[in-house]
Design a protein around this ligand. Structure first.
Ligand code: NAD
Length: 420
């Protein structure tokens, strides 16, 4: 593979697809893994995560050949463009990559590079595991109840970008069509209006729900909850719920049961080897997240609900500095922390690299390197519980030692060596 704007590492081999049907990967001992450090604090957390992931790979008899890619400010500096085609191509061809945050300036004319990357690579599932790490301060009394994995549809819903600005000819045409052709007269108030369209497709829903159910089965999870607001948005969010149950029935009926079956046939006690598929209305779900946390496990939902829900869940277990994520397509993964580029802390060697490190952990699991992934979690948890923390956690706990981003990473690496 040759690129103009990407340097290919001398060692390492590319990851390839082992099975077209299942998306299973063939992972060499030294895979080439693209990394974008990112904008703002990306320059702090990117190298810190790289160091920890290297240590975990080496401690389990492997290594990573990093391929440094550029996007956002670093790409503008080097190549005078935001998202070089070579960057996208290198991720597409190498299948598994990790990125730090990219800044999206507010205002018209600048599309989010994160959204562009997800679209170009068809990364349709945004996955955010939310679990509590020992020692991390939390606003709830028992944060250990939280162990959820949120599957958020990444390509449709009101995020599809089909929006019409107030005062334009386009919005007028859409309004007239809706009122005159579709019969919704007097539904939209007079005067300036902005209109957005919310597409929810059977295709988009089924591939997302399939991924969530398959994850639950593969990881011995108890349940998958479809979260929707179908009582109000019947033909979009209601359809999501119906198509979700449909794909469950079509493909997984022998390993899943519905909540009705759970009560009718099993008296509320699910057998160990089945996954319960249930649904909740989004507003109720946001309450239950707090009041009945332990009853939720894998969540499958649409783009906007998923955004709200995963941030709310993240707050319960300690907030942005520790919240990891990854975007998946078929046979493809781009790991990235939930947080943004926090420009005011950029380059200060101050912020928490845990979110980026644990995003790397998701990537290791996807490679099938579960031993390395477990080491990363244990080492991070031990470092934090020993009171060695960055400023964000330090101000919330008593005692403890406040360390820089790089020192935190060095401590985690030491723990990996101790644990291995
Ligand atoms: P942000 O996540 O960058 O920062 C908000 C606040 O959270 C920070 O001021 C800081 O107090 C805290 N914080 C974030 N990361 C932290 C860490 N690792 N350790 C400790 N504290 C941390 O959100 P924002 O200010 O809304 O966005 C800034 C920029 O990032 C925007 O341009 C936005 O578009 C972009 N962004 C990018 C992504 C992404 O690349 N996936 C995600 C969200 C926001």
């Amino acid at each position: 593979m040759s690129y103009e704007k990407v340097e290919v590492p001398e060692d390492g081999e590319p990851i390839t697809l082992a099975d077209e049907e299942t998306g299973a990967l063939d992972v060499p001992e030294t895979p080439i893994i693209p990394i974008i450090h990112g904008d703002g604090i990306g320059r702090d957390v990117g190298p810190a995560a790289q160091q920890v992931l290297d240590a975990a790979a080496e401690a389990t008899g492997r290594s990573i050949a990093w391929m440094r890619l550029y996007a956002g400010a670093s790409a503008r500096e080097k190549y005078d463009e935001n998202l070089p085609d070579d960057t996208v191509r290198a991720i597409r061809e190498h299948r598994v990559a990790i990125k730090g945050p990219l800044t999206t300036p507010v205002g018209a004319g600048f599309r989010s590079l994160n959204v562009a990357l997800r679209k170009k690579l068809d990364l349709y599932a945004n996955v955010r595991p939310t679990y509590h790490l020992d020692g991390v301060p939390s606003p709830v009394t028992d944060p250990s109840q939280m162990d959820m994995v949120n599957f958020r549809e990444n390509t449709e819903d009101v995020y599809a970008g089909i929006e019409f600005e107030a005062g334009t000819d386009e919005v007028q045409q859409v309004k007239e069509f809706v009122e005159e052709e579709m019969g919704f007269d007097s539904t939209i108030h007079d005067g300036p209006v902005g209109i957005g369209i919310k597409p929810i497709t059977e295709f988009g829903t089924k591939r997302l729900v399939r991924r969530a159910i398959e994850y639950a089965i593969a990881n011995d999870r108890d349940s998958v909850t479809l979260v929707h607001k179908g009582n109000i948005m019947k033909f979009t969010e209601g359809a999501f719920r119906d198509w979700g149950y449909e794909v469950d029935e079509e493909k997984y009926a022998d390993v899943t049961i519905t909540e009705d079956e759970l009560w009718d046939e099993y008296d509320g006690e699910a057998p160990d080897d089945v996954v319960v598929v249930k649904d909740r209305i989004a507003d109720n779900m946001l309450q239950q997240l707090l009041t009945r946390t332990g009853e939720y496990d894998v969540i499958a939902t649409m783009n906007l609900n998923g955004d709200y829900l995963s941030d709310a869940a993240g707050a319960q277990i300690g907030g942005l500095g520790i919240a990891p994520g990854a975007n998946f397509g078929d046979g493809r993964c781009l790991a990235e922390p939930v947080h943004g580029s926090a420009p005011k802390y950029a380059g200060e060697n101050k912020v928490n690299p845990t979110a980026m490190i644990l995003s790397g952990r998701i990537m290791l699991e996807y490679l099938g390197w579960n031993d390395a992934a477990d080491l990363v979690r244990e080492a991070v948890e031990e470092t934090i519980s020993s009171g060695t923390v960055t400023y964000d956690l330090h101000r919330q706990i008593e005692g403890g030692t406040k360390v820089a981003t790089s020192e935190f990473a060095e401590n985690v690496v030491e723990k990996i060596h101790d644990l291995a």
